[in-house]
Design a protein around this ligand. Structure first.
Ligand code: COA
Length: 149
């Protein structure tokens, strides 16, 4: 039991609406690698495929009263990649770092052979960078982009 009294459960199709609302929130989209507003039917297809994908783990973090956020871990070519987003009503209360700490524990337990957990964050997503640093991540490399258009 951690101090925030969080539990997690594996996402199911019944979580589709919740995940859709959180993921489609304007702030979550602003910092996502895919910024377009999602269609519900696309989202359902994505969730169905994701739940069937053994290389993807989607966890809903909750406590007795609230649904807090979502944690996704993808296995990509022997590497683990983590992504989080919160219930938008709970931004700014320190939940992000706690969710990430749960993700670290989950990764250690479920992928004991893995060396590292990586997170990719937009350069202007300062809140997320702070949350990752607080949870113990270090900055490892930067991706440079040149605008051609
Ligand atoms: C990013 C996210 C997980 C952050 O979680 P959170 O717990 O709400 O984080 P907070 O708002 O408490 O911010 C964390 C820190 O960043 C600071 N911060 C927040 N917004 C900031 C900004 N625009 N500029 C500078 N610092 C900022 C906070 O003051 C806080 O600092 P502190 O730890 O020194 O107090 C959450 O906002 C979220 O789900 N966003 C949408 C999805 C997303 O961006 N996910 C991450 C993709 S990898």
């Amino acid at each position: 039991m951690n101090k925030f009294n969080f539990k997690f459960k594996k996402a199911e199709m019944t979580d589709a609406e919740l995940l859709f609302a959180w993921r489609n929130n304007i702030k979550a989209r602003q910092y996502s690698f895919n910024k377009t507003e999602l269609e519900y039917t696309e989202h359902i297809e994505w969730l169905k495929n994701s739940l069937a994908n053994k290389n993807r783990h989607i966890l809903i973090i909750e406590n007795d009263e609230l649904k807090i956020g979502v944690l996704r871990i993808d296995i990509i070519n022997d590497k683990l990649e983590v992504s989080i987003y919160l219930n938008p009503e709970l931004y700014g209360q320190g939940y992000g770092a706690k969710i990430l700490e749960m993700g670290i524990e989950y990764a250690k337990e479920n992928f004991p052979e893995a060396d590292e957990l990586e997170g990719k964050i937009m350069i202007d997503n300062v809140a997320s960078q702070k949350v990752f640093l607080k949870a113990g991540f270090i900055e490892k490399y930067k991706v440079m982009a040149y605008k051609l258009k």
